[in-house]
Write a protein of this length. Structure first.
Length: 244
């Protein structure tokens, strides 16, 4: 297994896509730290991985002190940090003129500061190791807006993650640190449980709904692909490609 004994942090790992990624990493033999703001769900998630070398660290990704504690737990507890998955994120949708300062601050805190704090600390450790891998979860909507999905301010942050991913890929290429992102479209999660399937399939030209396992496979690929960096891998049934 290529991930055997690798140390991985998965933020937002207590549920949904994050938990599915953590489970797959654990199955591949990696040592896992689940980071999440929800302590109860996080503890349950870590136990569900079924490994003694899996732990939960309660983390508000928008707080620098929490980020410092998280990375320290990986380095002190497991001896280093090989993979960081920036999965924690929030999405708010409403007409542009109705976004508030509170909306903006919340989006920036989780989506941008959450990336900045933990990734800076992770990179400092990876520089010591001369290797590392950062995968961020962004959104296909950042590249291809869809009429009726009013997420403009949310996509300011997700689009920013796409940009910084490419920039960091170049900045740290010679240091052996790779940066990539997975940009999902509509994913079949409990978030959409009350939305008619027809409404969801209409948002993708393949007329399908992306499954969580499709996102997990994309993250796993980027974790292993030693010659891939600076890539924004869209898993969206082709919706990023243009009008249909």
């Amino acid at each position: 297994m290529q991930l055997e004994n690798k140390v991985a942090i998965v933020t937002g790992g207590a549920r949904g896509i994050g938990l599915a990624i953590a489970k797959r990493y654990a199955a591949e033999g990696a040592k896992i730290i689940i980071a999440d703001i929800d302590a109860m769900e996080g503890e349950v998630a870590a136990k569900a991985l079924g490994r003694v070398d899996a732990r939960f660290v309660r983390t508000d990704v928008g707080e620098r002190r929490d980020a410092e504690n998280l990375v320290a737990q990986a380095c002190d507890g497991f001896g280093g940090l090989d993979i960081l998955v920036n999965n924690a994120g929030i999405l708010r949708t409403k007409p542009f003129t109705e976004f508030t300062t509170e909306d903006f601050n919340a989006l920036v805190s989780v989506n941008l500061l959450g990336f900045l704090y933990i990734t800076q600390l992770a990179v400092k450790q990876m520089l010591k190791q001369k290797s590392g891998n950062v995968v961020s979860i962004t959104a296909a909507l950042a590249d291809q807006p869809v009429a009726g999905i009013n997420a403009s301010v949310s996509m300011m942050t997700k689009g920013g993650l796409n940009t910084v991913t490419r920039s960091l890929a170049i900045e740290y290429a010679k240091e052996g640190i790779r940066f990539n992102a997975v940009a999902p479209g509509v994913v079949d999660t409990p978030l959409h449980k009350d939305v008619p399937k027809e409404a969801l399939t209409a948002r993708q030209p393949m007329k399908t709904i992306t499954d969580v396992k499709d996102i997990v496979e994309a993250v796993l690929y980027l974790s292993r692909a030693s010659q891939v960096t600076g890539e924004i891998l869209h898993v969206d049934g082709g919706s990023h490609a243009g009008r249909w």
